[in-house]
Design a protein around this ligand. Sequence first.
Ligand code: ARG
Length: 444
Amino acid sequence: MSFDPSNKNQMWGGRFSDKPADIMEQINASIDVDVRLWKQDITLSRAHAQMLAKQNILSQADVDTLLKGLDMVEEEFKGGTFPLRREYEDIHMNIEARLKELIGDVAGRLHTARSRNDQVATGFRMWIRDAIDTLIEKIEALQEVIDDLSDKHANDIMPGFTHLQAAQPVTLAMHLSSYGYMLNRDKLRFIGCRDRLNKCPLGSAALAGTPYPIDRNFTAEALGFDRPTNSTMDGVSARDFANEFLFDCAQTGLHLSRLAEEIILWATPQFNFISLSDQWSTGSSIMPQKKNPDAAELVRGKTGRLAGNLIQLMTVMKGLPLTYNKDQQEDKEPVFDSFDTLVLCLEATKGMLASATFNTARMLAAAEDGYTTATALADWLVMELGLAFRDAHHATGAIVKMAEDKGVKLSELSLADLQSVESGITEDIFSVLSVENAVKSRNG
Ligand code: ARG
């Protein structure tokens, strides 16, 4: 019985005589989303075909035709002329159907010793692997901007905060480089995810392996995997690699969101720690004085999508029996969306930061405002006079209160004032009461 392309159900062979209902076709089709796997699908089909020839499962002549056909399909994708057809459901069936149109019946031999289940599991891992490589590049580019800014502002003092209250003086470099360290952990997480997912499920076939004398090491190596997956059933069914990727995206986005929140706060006239360039700000249609940090707000806002995508796929997977279930076709949209979203957020954060101006004079003044050297004072009482920290804390509290009552900074109190609280205090204490010296005194 030959294949009638107008009746998609005949892809399944002679068992089907009727076409799918329209809505069935609509709910079943994933081509609009998984078209993004086209490159991976062609690449893995090439490796599979070459393996079939090497193992004498297919003739070299047939495989040469298949490879030529795959080249033609690739050209069509590159040239934007590949006909995407919903009646062929997904990227795998679209490519196979097109291959048949281009090279004839031999196209039907490509699916020997494989199933769409191991095909999609393999292609999806390959796609995420590439996505991770791109994300690592983008993370590193942002880290570079943060490193440059940290070098530039190594000695610029600002208040460090806890509870968003001025706590102790720090440098802008200390503050910014914290985000560099967060991003570094994000990068390491992606590297770990890549390492764990880089096992090749191809050859698992539908779920139970295949009787053909295939060479799984060959395809795994040809496709850049470390080795084949061990369990064929787990191989077609596992999606924890996608969840892990989604978590890593969400966590990176969450870090960017914290940074975005600081940019938003710092750009307010009340803080006035940072000025965003015009390129990275928007105006208000009604309030002419406003310059809004929309990009930072959107980076903060998009973290909701990233977290949502993780929850989406975890929820899809949570009740699925082994092995493949069609529910799993819902795995790609969140992964693609998280990738696109995170690329955008990384690039926007980089652009915003690289072009921003830090108002270091204002930061220094803010550090001097809030009695931020009180802890340095207490530490001095401990280290120089041998007070217990709790007693030093108490005495310092009294000194802060006195400064507050007099409306002066700690460094503006007289020695006599200080001695009225703690008689052992000497001139030396003034060395830690300036914010510069307070920062320098902390070398651990
Ligand atoms: N488009 C499908 C997916 O992404 C491919 C696998 C289909 N397998 C099947 N047994 N229907 O999940």
